[in-house]
Design a binder for this molecule. Structure first.
Ligand SMILES: [Zn+2]
Length: 116
C-alpha cells in the first residue's frame, strides 16, 4: 500500500459521510454542458483538500462514490477529455503501466525510449 491508498482507505473506513458531503458540495458547484459534463468553475482541473491531503477533485469523487482506494498505479481517465469534469459517468480508471515502460527504459539505459 502506498500513502495515497492508505489515506483514502482511512477515509472510506472512518470518514465516509464527511467525504460524501464534500463530493456533493463539489458537484453542486459544477455547471453541466451539452456533453453532460459536470464542469468545475476553475481554470484548470480542480483540486480538493481533505484530511491533510490535496488531490484532484475527479479522483476524490471517483474514490469516494465507488468506495475504492486507488493506488499510485491507477490513473483516472476522462472519457470526455475534459479535465475539469467531475461527472462520475465520464471517469474511468486506467493504468500507469504504459508510462512505466518508458521509465523502465530510462532507468535501464539512461536515455529516453525514442533514442534507442
Ligand atoms: Zn465529462
Amino acid at each position: 500500500m502506498d500513502d495515497g491508498e492508505d489515506w483514502m482507505q482511512d477515509i472510506l473506513d472512518n470518514h465516509l459521510e464527511k467525504a460524501r458531503s464534500r463530493v456533493f458540495s463539489l458537484l453542486e458547484q459544477t455547471e453541466s454542458n451539452t456533453d453532460g459534463c459536470l464542469v468545475t468553475p476553475t481554470k484548470a482541473r480542480r483540486k480538493t483538500r481533505f484530511r491533510g491531503r490535496q488531490t484532484a477533485a475527479y479522483r476524490f469523487v471517483y474514490c469516494v462514490l465507488n468506495e475504492e482506494a486507488l493506488t499510485f498505479e491507477d490513473v483516472i481517465r476522462h472519457r470526455c477529455n475534459n479535465p475539469r469534469c467531475i461527472n462520475l459517468q465520464h471517469l474511468e480508471v486506467g493504468s500507469r503501466r504504459d508510462n512505466k515502460h518508458d521509465d523502465w527504459i530510462f532507468a535501464a539505459y539512461g536515455c529516453d525510449a525514442e533514442w534507442l
